[in-house]
Design a protein around this ligand. Structure first.
Ligand code: ADP
Length: 259
């Protein structure tokens, strides 16, 4: 056995590897030195106060924000942000690894639900339209909206729009799904249907990184919880470790406030 394969945590056990990630906006440092790994098929939940940098971590993974320093590897694509300039090709390669679901859906209002799902596969990925439509209908079944294929976004409830947003993110066949507070803009009675779809995806083995204040969801579904504060991961561990028995006063106070 080679030395490399005897390493206790071989890097390739993870689907996602983030190290030394740093990001500032002007003179405002938002991420200081973020390190974490995501195992394939696992769910990572990011929690922490507003402004702690959670969204910026997700946006960096999806290359919507370009980090100032550090490395991100997703699957076989690795970008070292110390190597300047970061090229458009690198940004596109990194972005293609993940699908992102936002707080409020970003559906195209003038396209039907089915067309929203096929736009990425057909226009960006140049896949066959019939095949993309077949797959889109399967994804709509997965999120419980098979009968809404021909509806337009304005005809759907907020929860249904978010479920279409999830299906659309899945339609480009990402390796990783990113969720940025997907239920925070919804009326309380619509939250459950979106969390159920996310639980189903987790049970099917999707690798997910989720920013949420839904602590019960995190307790039920997360494999690891990262607690951010001030652009630093202050605590990390299982839901039992971080959510039930937080080791720091900062995490205790935060959980006390939101529970
Ligand atoms: P969280 O998701 O934990 O609420 P964010 O990652 O959204 O935190 O934001 C962290 C900090 O970065 C906040 O203070 C926010 O105002 C700032 N920030 C985020 N995006 C930008 C941007 N594009 N320009 C300037 N400041 C930003």
């Amino acid at each position: 056995m080679s030395q490399l394969s005897m390493s206790p945590t071989p890097a390739r056990d993870s689907l996602v590897s983030v190290s030394g990630l740093a990001k500032s906006f002007g003179d405002h440092t938002v991420l200081r030195s973020i390190d974490f790994e995501v195992a394939p098929g696992s769910v990572t939940v990011l929690i922490g106060p507003s402004g702690s940098g959670k969204t910026t971590v997700l946006r960096s993974l999806n290359a919507l924000d370009v980090a100032d320093a550090g490395r991100i590897r997703i699957g076989d694509v690795e970008v070292d942000f110390a190597d300047r300039p970061v090229t458009k090709k690198q940004v596109a390669a990194l972005r293609a690894q993940s699908g992102m679901v936002f707080q409020a859906h970003h559906l195209f209002p003038h396209l039907s639900v089915l067309e929203n799902l096929t736009a990425g596969p057909v226009l960006a990925q140049r896949r066959d339209r019939d095949e993309a439509e077949t797959e889109a209908r399967q994804l709509l079944r997965l999120v419980g909206l098979a009968e809404k294929a021909d509806a337009y976004p304005f005809q759907l409830s907020g929860g249904q729009q978010q479920r279409v947003g999830i299906a659309r993110a899945l339609a480009v066949r990402p390796k990783l799904m990113l969720f940025d507070e997907p239920t925070s803009a919804l009326d309380p009675e619509l939250v459950g249907e979106v969390l159920k779809v996310m639980k189903d995806l987790a049970a099917q083995g999707w690798t997910m990184v989720v920013v949420t204040h839904e602590i019960r969801f995190a307790q039920q579904v997360a494999d690891q919880v990262l607690f951010l504060d001030g652009g630093v991961i202050v605590e990390r561990g299982t839901p039992a470790e971080v959510l039930t028995h937080p080791g720091t006063e900062r995490a205790r106070q935060f959980l006390h406030r939101i529970l």
